[in-house]
Structures are given as C-alpha cells and as structure tokens.
Ligand binder design. Structure first.
Ligand code: NOJ
Ligand code: CA
Length: 698
C-alpha cells in the first residue's frame, strides 16, 4: 500500500496546539499538546489513560534548550502499511502498519526548528526527535533529554538497576514506588547509578498496572546516540529519560540533519501482544545489505562451558609468570581447553549430531592476564597458542562439513580492537570462519567511556557494518543491548547483553523466573545468545565442593530453544554430558532455529510463557513452555497444526517428582499421534518446562 501523505500548514503560529493520532485498530490514542510553548504527549488505551501528560524535548550544552518557547509551524499525517521479509526470524514476513504524525516546531526567540515524529502501531506508540538542517543548529551537543513518562499508577515493574556498563543482572519484581537500588544484594559490585537523588533502572522496562494493562518502555534504532536508562521518581510515579554520558559528561554529539532514537511505549491488555511485537524491528531501517545469501542460521557447540565449569582454562599457561626464562615461551599448565585435539573432538561431535558450527574460546595468545587490568593491548586476535593448529583445524572442520566460529574477546580494549579489526577479519577469511563471537568484558578503553555511551554504541554498530563488508556474522557479548539494528544489518545475528545461562555455572545464578522476563525485555531488541541446553544441572558433578546450579529442570533447558528466540543457538553443555542423555538430546538435534511462523499461546511476565513455532520451509512445529518457581498445568489446543494432517508429537516433559532444586534431571519422553483437533496437557514442575516436536506422518 502506498503511503498517503497530507500536509497542513497552520494559519497561526500558536503556543497552544493539540493534535491526536490513533493506532490502525483505534485502540491506542496519542495526543500531542503544546502547553506554554512546551511540547507534551499523552497516551490512552481503549480510552483509558496510560501515560499522563509528559514533557518532551532536549537540553543542549552551551546554549538554550530545545524544550520550550515553541510554536507549531505545521504538521503532517501519514499512514504506512507494508510487510517485509526478515533474512532470519521468528516469522517469514512482518507487517509494519502505523499511523504517523510529524509536528514541526520552531522556537520563537532562537528561530531553531525541531520536528517530533510520532508513530502509532496496534501494540504501542513511538516518537523521535528530528533535527532538520539549519544554520543556527548545525553541530550541537545534547546534555540531557527532557522526555518524560508519567504513569497512571504504582505499577508492578520488572527492573534491573541502572549501570552504564552492564545489563547482566537478576530482575527484581516490585511496585514502582518500591524501586530501591540500595537494597539490592549484588554479587558483582558494579556501581549503581543514582542521579539527582533518584534511582536509575534500565530499559526495556516491563510493567503491569493494577487494572491489568501491560506496559513496556524501551527505545528503537539507537544509532549515533547513547543508550536510554530511566530515572525513577518513585513519589510522582514518573520516569525520565536518562542518557548515558561519555568520558567528559556529555551525552551525544550530533550534526543536523539527524534524528534521535525512537522512544517506545507498548501497551495491551494481553501480554502476548507485547512479547510477540515486532514494533522495535519495524522502527529500524530496512536491510542495507543487498546480497544476504551468506547470512545463515546456526546451531553450534563449543569449547566454552568446560571453562565456565572449571574443567579447563582459556589460558595456556595459567599465568604470565609461567614462562621459560631463556626462551620466553609460556609453559603449558596442562589445563588448556582450546587444543587441536579437543577442537577436533568437538568438530566430530558437531558433525555426528548435525550441528553447523563449533566455537572455540581461548585459542589465541593473551588469556594469561586478560582480566581486570585495563591493559591497552591484551590480544592481537590473530596469533594462536602453540597447541592450537589453526590450519589443521580449518582443514579438518572443512572435511567434516562443520563451520568454525571465531572468538574475539577484547577485554574492553576497544581502541585496540578497532586498530586490529581489519587484520582480524582478514584472518577469519583466510581460514574460512563465517561468524565471530565478540566480547567486551571489563572497563572500556578509550578510558572513561561506558559500554552504553554514544562512542560504544557507534563501535558495536560499526563492527556489524564492517563485518558485513567481509560477509561475516556477528554475535556480541557485553555490548549495549540491541534495539533492532539487526533489521538494518542482518549479519548482526545475535548478542548477549543480558544475564545469560553462564551465570548459573559460577554465581548465585538466574532464578527460575529470569527466562520468563527476558522475552518481555531484552529480546524485544533482537535475538539473545542465552546458551541453553545444560543437562548436568548441578555443578557438584565437576567439584564436590560446588553448590552452584542451573535454576531450571532439564526439560526447561529444552523449552528455552523455543522461548528464547535466536537464529544462533548453542548446545552449551559438554559432548560427554549429552552422550549420557541421548533421548533428551534428540530435541536439541531436531529443533529448528529459523522460522516461518510463531504463535504465542500463553504469556505472563515473571510467571510463564508458551510458544509454538513452525520451521521455515518445513511442516515441522516445535513448542516450548516454561514456568517460574511455581509448578504449572495447562491444556493446549493444537489447532495451529495443518487440518487433516496427522503428526507424531514427541513430548519432553518434567518427571513426576521433578523440581529445579531437588530433582532437576527427572524427565519423561512420550510419543503420541495428534491432529489439529487434539489437545495436550502441559504439566510443568517448579522451575520446569515442556518441549514438543511435531513431525507430519504420511
Ligand atoms: C563473557 C561471555 O559472556 C562469555 O560467553 C565468554 O566465555 C567470556 N566472557 C570470555 O570471553
Ligand atoms: Ca557475559
């Protein structure tokens, strides 16, 4: 459908101006108002207010603000309705349907212009600031954003504390008025941000009102701009945009013409509308890569979990002191994971079980002192340890039809990584690695920059763009959280940017509700490399003294392949552990990672989630159902299956006495014949889950 554009010029330059725009379904209504020259907006859902009058605008450094003294020069309305095909995704086609309104503002005293663009979708609203070309505001510095979100009540919120360097936190569930970063029991000591005496939380922020409306505040298309956190006014139930500063306290350096990211508010009385929304992707630009044929989904295994559980090490020598005084050569500690022989073992395992790729961490020189020293040059990203024969490994992987996944841990020295990036990518091309997992552990160099500041946002986006030139896919860890840029650069196939499964190996872990929240928060911006599939749940199998454990049952680990969407999925446990449970491992071997269609059957943030997905170009369906610490029963109608077709359903479910803490490995597998008229009962243990594969039978 062609966009319909109408542009009305107002006949008067008014400081009082109001205009409304509604969603295509008319359920959501947004009002823009200029009050005493200050721009503001309100949002209603099915006529109920959900965001009360909230101010908009920006503060500039060394000049007046862009938040007051405005008159309206005119406005334009537009309707857009198209569908587009993601290269990889939860569905093969995505509808992008919204009503748009652009309000052109001019400051009376300065004459400066600012446009605000609103888009209203069926599941939420978005707005962004648009800075037109103008002589008086060419290059400028944003010192703050005035953007407010005035809420209608003391909602339930799922929040993690503000931190400019990390999102790797456990979610807290409380009323908005109860947000209190000082009461958190943090085990990683990262500084919390309290600004102006108020606590800061991260976005996306998922909320539920007392009258059962689901709300989500986030942002989309964060490009050349810092990440937006939220400053919480617990008394007035107000959130304020809190931009992440750079090393000298500025927020963003911009040059007109340019735009800010979109500020988004999703709202629905059905939680499934939020968790299935493609609004964040829709707000990003279409793919800038013409030939995307080299961008492929991947299931992979890797030399990875064995380091996290302490079976082997990333480093070759144990420490830098373990060096031969005469030759300067490192003396092997004997615990190095990334050896040629071990890599070949993983390649064999991948080939035997149909995995596409093998990741190897700790393959390159530098891991003896990589962590916590803020060193300029730890890694060169090209020099293997002496026991990692990259040439032989490349040839072996090729002979087995397995792709190797590169690992570039930067240890936060981004300056070093950017200097070496082209050589690092050339090296990958030389050995035929199609994908890289990057890492940003520790404090950033350039010193003083934060992971979530404008400089680093630009770095993460730049790496995706540069990688596209080399036809390389990127999976970043410890990056700022994605906001849909993967639509524009579909080779940016996954990121971590939240607390992943790894925390279960060596910390207090991720409580059972964690995975029921991530799809409502982190995953809205793009796929997460959560690394599911851990079968040996308790870490005391590696060391009797260990008390850590994965906070799920075994079959919940299977269900995560469906509920945590990613076109890059790891089977994270050790090959020897999978060999102990071949019947349960079958699901990981079978499950697809790229989808034709997805249906969200049941959803409640913090409690449960049930999703079914149809594999791309296939008649197979897969179901994943997860619960929090509470046991759960439900009955699912299989009416999504093709009518008249019989299917073999293999149901992987919690054993009768399964429990994530007491008996996490108890599971049952049953096979039944079903049609679209059948129903199945889901019985989930505390911290449990069910996974089902549906295969048509002739
Ligand atoms: C943290 C990443 O999340 C993890 O996957 C990786 O193994 C380590 N950093 C080392 O790079
Ligand atoms: Ca991490």
């Amino acid at each position: 459908m062609k966009p319909i554009l109408t542009f009305f010029l107002t006949l008067f330059a008014g400081t009082l101006f109001a205009q409304n725009v509604q969603s295509p379904s008319k359920n959501i209504s947004l009002d823009f108002k200029l009050v005493d020259g200050k721009p503001s907006y309100t949002v209603a859902y099915k006529t109920k207010p959900v965001v009360l009058q909230s101010l908009m605008g920006l503060k500039l450094k060394e000049t007046t603000d862009l938040a007051s003294d405005f008159v309206v020069d005119g406005f334009a309305n537009n309707t857009f309705n198209e569908s587009w095909k993601p290269v990889l995704g939860e569905q093969s086609s995505i509808v992008n349907h919204y009503n748009e309104m652009t309000v052109a503002l001019r400051q009376q005293k300065t004459g400066r212009k600012l446009n605000i663009i609103f888009r209203v979708f069926d599941e939420g609203i978005a707005f962004r600031y648009d800075f037109p070309r103008q002589t008086d505001l060419n290059y400028f510095i944003i010192s703050d954003e005035v953007t407010q979100f005035n809420l209608t009540g003391d909602h339930k919120v799922f929040w993690i504390p503000g931190d400019y360097d990390s999102q790797e936190y456990v979610y807290n569930e409380s009323r908005l008025s109860e947000i209190d970063n000082d009461k958190l029991n943090l085990n990683n000591g990262i500084a919390l941000k309290t600004i102006g005496g108020r606590y800061v939380v991260q976005s996306p922020l998922m909320m539920k009102s007392q009258d059962k409306l689901y709300l989500n505040i986030f942002e989309a298309a964060v490009v050349n701009y810092p990440v937006m956190h939220l400053n919480v006014d617990t008394k007035n139930l107000r959130l304020n945009a809190q931009l992440v500063p750079n090393a000298i306290g500025d927020k963003a350096y911009l040059q007109a013409p340019c735009v800010s990211p979109w500020r988004t508010i999703m709202v629905s009385d059905d939680a499934r509308d939020i968790v299935s929304s493609k609004m964040i992707l829709n707000l990003n630009d279409p793919s800038k890569i013409d030939d995307t044929s080299w961008i492929k989904p991947m299931k992979y295994v890797g030399i990875w979990w064995e380091m996290h559980v302490g079976k082997s090490t990333w480093d070759f020598a144990g420490s830098q002191n373990a060096q031969n005084a005469a030759t300067q050569d490192l003396i092997p500690s004997g615990k190095h994971g990334a050896t040629t022989a071990n890599t070949m073992r993983y390649i064999d395992f991948a080939a035997k079980n149909g995995f596409d790729g093998v990741l190897v961490e700790g393959w390159n020189v530098g891991w003896e002192d990589w962590f916590g020293n803020w060193k300029e040059e730890v890694f060169d990203f090209v020099t293997p340890y002496p026991d990692f024969d990259i040439k032989a490994i490349t040839e072996y992987a090729k002979s087995k039809g397995v792709k190797m996944i590169m690992h570039h841990e930067t240890s936060g020295s981004v300056a070093n990584y950017e200097r070496r990036l082209d050589r690092a990518f050339d090296n990958m091309k030389q050995y035929g690695y199609p994908a890289v997992k990057s890492g940003y552990v520790g404090r950033i160099i350039p010193r003083g920059e934060f992971h979530d500041g404008q400089t680093m946002v630009n770095h993460f986006n730049f790496v995706a763009r540069r990688a596209a030139d080399y036809k390389i896919m990127v999976n970043s860890h410890e990056s700022s959280r994605p906001t849909g840029y993967g639509r524009t650069y579909p080779n940016y196939i996954a990121a971590e940017a939240a607390r992943g499964n790894e925390f279960n190996a060596w910390s207090t872990g991720n409580p059972p509700m964690h995975e029921t929240i991530l799809p409502f928060t982190r995953l809205l911006g793009g796929p997460m490399d959560y690394t599911p599939g851990i079968f040996e749940i308790k870490m005391n199998v590696y060391d009797a003294k260990k008390t850590e454990q994965v906070h799920t049952t075994l079959t919940k680990q299977l269900a995560l392949y469906i509920t945590m969407y990613s076109p890059l999925q790891m089977a994270a446990d050790l090959p020897e552990n999978y060999e102990k449970y071949p019947d349960a491992f079958q699901f990981i071997k079978d499950v697809a990672v790229d989808w034709q269609e997805s249906k969200y059957l049941e959803a409640e943030p913090g409690d449960y989630l049930t999703i079914v997905r149809k594999a791309k170009n296939s008649e197979q369906w897969f179901l994943g159902a997860i619960t929090d610490e509470n046991a759960r029963k439900s009955t699912i109608s299989l009416d999504f299956l093709t009518k008249g077709q019989k299917y073999k359903a293999v149901i992987y479910e919690d054993g009768n006495d399964a429990d994530w803490q007491k008996n996490p490995k108890a599971y049952k597998i049953r096979t039944v014949e079903v049609t679209s008229k059948s129903k199945i009962n889901l019985v989930l243990a505390p911290g449990g889950g069910t996974a089902v594969s549906f295969e048509p039978v002739k």
